[in-house]
Write a protein that binds this ligand. Structure first.
Ligand code: ADP
Ligand code: ZN
Ligand code: MG
Length: 482
């Protein structure tokens, strides 16, 4: 029997607000702060306090809902989701349940086999929990709680079960992160826990309409682990069914060391949480004007930009994908392309995604931190395109521009890297190289064509890399065959 997987994603994104969802505590970087420095009676869960909705969190959530084309509920309701856990001081989480902020959206995603619109079921606001650390000391096991994260605004984005492979899951999650970053709703930094992904996975015989029983894998915080966990579950569920067994609805965790998921708890139902409307908060009302203002202020969305880049600049889809991933990179590329006088925009794309990204990777910098302006890079690219320097020298110059912040012209002059196109000078170098190595010339003439490459290296070394490569190749060809 052939099986197909069906996958829907729940994604939690920490919203990029300065303060928490229902109190004035600051949102601190949990990877850097001392524990419990941002806690107050509200997020600490003391009795008798009242939550207040963070306006900025609603604004950011609206941006995401609007960008996804969701229907926005002008009145949405916060609810209490009751459960006991030591990192949840109130004993309940404030979330949205029956009436979320946004429903029925669509996210355009570039899948391995082309573009598809993945349906988004709902987008709702809630709050994060605290963090537990389990320690063992002097034979005693105990747990430490840090409430810095308790009450941090979260946006939950739930997809319909429209995905079928681990690659599609990754593509969707990547596209969603790009969107969150584009509208500046969340940093999307997975290594800091700002984006957590929970895939729901089921399998069924190909062609059967009814969905299989799903397993939900909790809190995955890298795309690599997401793909691995999804693949693992698909495999495991198919094997279970093949062996005549049944998949049990459950929540699972991911064990990175062993590369397997493990069961955490079996099926829970909504009634287990005893959801009821939060009595301490009024309904959240979002006026038509507010919605319109958010819609009008949306930036160009990643999939729109992608389409425009392909059309306007004639660059490859692979380059376009890399350039639109980050708004700052996209803007850098556009300024650079606009400043080119000689080379086509395609060259700017090549230089940025190739040489520049490689160097940024090495130095650990991001594009906004470098001292080479888009116009400065365009100048370098034009000099290479116009033959003033050759490609290799241009790469050296870029490295020096990044190190020193100086312009291409100055560096080329200082390092004497101007390309020499003088064909008589080059012919002389070639002649000298051939005369100094008669045995190699014989080999070439006896049919060993790779000797030409060796001579190319000799001549270039002699020319200190500055000779026009095309002229060197032509001259070698002429004299070797002559
Ligand atoms: P909850 O997990 O809170 O009970 P839902 O039932 O709404 O919430 O489903 C959560 C996610 O699971 C959604 O992304 C949905 O698309 C997905 N999902 C639901 N049923 C299945 C299924 N049979 N197979 C795969 N994914 C599913
Ligand atoms: Zn607080
Ligand atoms: Mg769930």
């Amino acid at each position: 029997m052939n099986y197909e997987a069906v996958i829907g994603l729940e994604i939690h994104a920490e919203l990029a607000t300065r303060s928490k969802m229902f109190c004035a505590c600051p949102v601190v970087d949990s990877t850097r702060s001392e524990p419990n420095v941002a806690v107050c009676p509200v997020c600490g869960g003391l009795p008798g306090v009242l939550p207040v909705i963070n306006h900025q969190a609603v604004e950011l959530a609206l941006r995401v809902a609007a960008a996804l084309g969701c229907t926005i509920n002008s009145t949405s309701i916060f609810a209490r989701k009751n459960y006991f856990y030591p990192d949840l001081p109130k004993g309940y989480q404030i979330s949205q349940y029956e009436t979320p902020l946004g429903v029925n959206g669509l996210l355009p995603v570039e899948m391995p086999d082309g573009w598809r619109k993945i349906r988004v079921r709902r987008v709702h606001l809630e709050e994060d929990t605290g963090k537990l650390t389990h320690v063992s000391k002097d034979g005693q096991d105990y747990s430490l709680v840090d409430l810095n994260r308790a009450g941090v605004p979260l946006l939950e984005i739930v997809s319909e079960p429209d995905l079928h492979t681990a690659q599609e899951v990754r593509a969707y999650a990547t596209a969603l992160r790009a969107l969150l970053r584009c509208v500046e709703a969340s940093s999307g930094d997975m290594e800091k826990g700002a984006l957590r992904i929970e895939p729901n996975i089921s399998v069924k015989p190909v062609g059967r309409a009814e969905l299989g029983t799903r397993v939900e894998v909790k809190n995955l915080n890298s795309f690599r682990v997401l793909e691995k966990a999804v693949d693992y579950q698909i495999q495991r569920q198919i094997e279970t069914l093949e062996a005549g067994g049944k998949v049990i609805q459950e929540t699972a965790g991911w064990n990175e060391t062993e590369g397997v998921t493990f069961s955490q708890r079996s099926k829970e139902e909504a009634h287990d949480y005893r959801y009821f409307p939060e009595p301490d908060l009024p309904p959240l009302v979002v006026s038509a004007e507010w919605q319109a203002r958010v819609r009008a202020a949306l930036p160009e969305l990643p999939w729109v930009k992608m389409e425009r880049f392909l059309r306007q600049y004639g660059i490859t889809p692979a380059d376009a994908r890399q350039l639109v991933e980050d708004k700052t990179v996209a803007a850098y590329f556009e300024s650079c392309a606009a400043a080119l006088k000689l080379a086509p925009a395609k060259s700017a794309a090549n230089w940025i995604t190739g040489e520049l990204f490689a160097r940024l990777n090495q130095s650990g910098q991001v594009i906004s931190e470098i001292e080479v302006s888009p116009v400065g890079l365009a100048d370098l690219i034009d000099r290479a395109a116009g033959g003033a320097i050759n490609l290799n020298s241009a790469k050296t110059v870029l490295g020096e521009m990044l190190n020193s912040g100086r312009g291409a012209a100055e560096i080329i002059r200082e390092l004497r890297l101007e390309q020499v196109n003088d064909s008589e000078w080059i012919a002389g170098l070639v002649r000298a190289a051939l005369q100094a190595n008669p045995a190699e010339v014989e080999k070439f003439r006896a049919g060993k064509e790779t000797v030409a490459n060796w001579f190319y290296g000799q001549v270039m070394r002699e020319a200190k890399g500055k000779a026009n490569p095309q002229v060197v190749k032509e001259e070698l060809e002429r004299q070797l065959r002559g």
